[in-house]
Design a protein around this ligand. Sequence first.
Ligand code: UDP
Ligand code: MG
Length: 322
Amino acid sequence: MSVFISVVVAAYNEEAVIEQFYERTARVLESISPDYEILVVNDGSRDSTAAKVRALHQKDARVKLVDLSRNFGKEIAMSAGLDFASGEVVVVTDADLQDPPELITEMLAKWREGYDTVYATRTLREGETALKKLTAGLFYRIMNQFSRTQIPEDTGDFRLMSRRTVQALRLLREENRFMKGVFTWVGFNQVGIPYERAPRAAGETKWNYWRLLNFAIEGITSFSYVPLQISTYVGVITAIFAFLYAGFLIIRTLLFGIDVPGYASLMVAILFFSGCQLTFLGIIGEYLGRMFEEIKRRPLYLVQEVLGLEPNSPQVLLRPKP
Ligand code: UDP
Ligand code: MG
């Protein structure tokens, strides 16, 4: 039984690897079914990624291009790809061949068994520093403590999804999209298969610690309001102690008169409470900022060119040929 497979890949400055990606992926797909599309979303690359994809499309019309109007970030680029993918199953992967396309065969077998999402779980992170592994582990632990949507550990975006999962994902239009969480939120039958994550085939990673930290904050704040609850609890508890201590001070002053020394306790109290307040204001700010983003209801992305695809969306704004 032949099945139409879409492979969605977000590419940002991937000229060094995109052709290699195509060759290896096409070889795998060919061995499964001749009906496939490789849908590259060019996320505002400043190199020749788009040109290379255009050339690939000339050779093989099953390579398709969604060219975003600027860099929107991987999560949104991936969502754009999911909006255009027409496969019965859709595979999401990275352009750098860190996720071996050979695994698609195994994923598809699981799909045939009746699973809607087959995600790949890393058993090995080659070419990644000990610090990155440590922080990644910590992130999953905190995230799952904080949120009701339990994201599977050591799972990236590499996955195969049924059509209904993709349709469900299309319903989620939030701007702050933490894909790992969104994928899990959708539900249906999910299963993980282990794989060894290879180092990048070529080119450079676009992630650094600052980006990863913000990514972690994004993950937690878009799936949980536990930080807000923590602020409430800490606030209430410290307020109770503060009131008790204030009462004690008032009574002591009434009974024994004014006692001038007390600079240290005063400073400690001021510093402690202003520290708490600033932290909690920051937490509220994180949520407020996200609400601000969402409430504007902007389109998630804009597309300036498509190849091999119908431009049937108001988000596709083509330039007429002169
Ligand atoms: N990517 C993207 N937009 C961005 C950053 C990255 O589309 O703004 C793509 C990138 O081209 C690659 C994937 O996301 O296909 C993963 O990026 P990278 O390999 O740099 O991340 P890492 O594997 O190091 O986490
Ligand atoms: Mg990578």
